[in-house]
Design a protein around this ligand. Structure first.
Ligand code: COA
Length: 173
């Protein structure tokens, strides 16, 4: 069984374990490189986890990280979904759905109007997952990738309120 755990600063070793596993497993999926994140450096890991207004979650199976995702404050009423990863042994079981759902619920609670993300151009499985969750390409390009040529593709999901049933009823729908 997989459970989700929302992390505090003291959970930095767990976040580090998950993030290093993600970068080792799926270097094609992330702008960051494994070599950018040395194994030590508590201060740096803790700083990432305690970023004001951020929400970081790890999926645990038998006490070990099976996935992760983070939400960080953005600009103009937007927040960003970051670092989504599901370990190879846990894929295809809805863990990605749960992680996205957790970050989206946090985004709604924090009053954000848009949830944004960046996906690498050739990451079709992730882009499909995001589309299934209502994200659409904005047409915008994100950061330059290590190849020095390609750029991230930006996607966004408006976080509107659910349809107002009374209003729909009043309109005779
Ligand atoms: C993208 C990712 C988060 C999806 O997580 P997940 O929990 O497997 O999500 P889903 O179960 O919804 O599967 C998503 C897609 O992965 C593929 N998939 C399904 N089972 C799989 C498996 N056992 N192994 C590999 N891929 C599988 C399918 O294409 C699926 O799409 P479908 O639902 O239309 O069939 C995960 O594959 C991953 O971490 N990949 C590497 C890191 C990454 O790309 N992160 C996103 C950065 S933007």
């Amino acid at each position: 069984m997989v459970s989700l755990r929302v992390l505090t600063g003291d959970d930095w070793p767990l976040w580090r374990e998950a993030r290093l596993a993600a970068l080792a497993d799926a270097p094609h999926a992330f702008k960051a490189r494994l070599g950018d994140w040395p194994r030590g450096g508590e201060e740096r890991w803790r700083a990432r986890l305690t970023l004001p207004g951020a929400h970081n979650v790890v999926a645990l199976r038998d006490g070990r990280p099976a996935g992760m995702a983070g939400g960080v404050p953005g600009q103009g009423g937007a927040v960003e979904l970051r670092s989504l990863w599901v370990g190879p042994g846990a894929r295809g079981q809805g863990v990605g759905d749960r992680l996205i759902g957790e970050v989206e619920a946090w985004a709604l609670r924090s009053g954000a109007t848009t949830l944004r993300l960046a996906v690498l151009p050739d990451n079709a499985p992730a882009a499909a997952l995001y589309r299934r969750h209502g994200f659409v390409p904005t047409g915008g390009l994100g950061d330059l990738l290590p190849d020095g040529v390609s750029r991230e593709r930006l996607m966004a999901k408006p976080l509107g309120r659910p349809p107002d049933r009374e209003t729909d009823h009043a309109r005779g729908r």
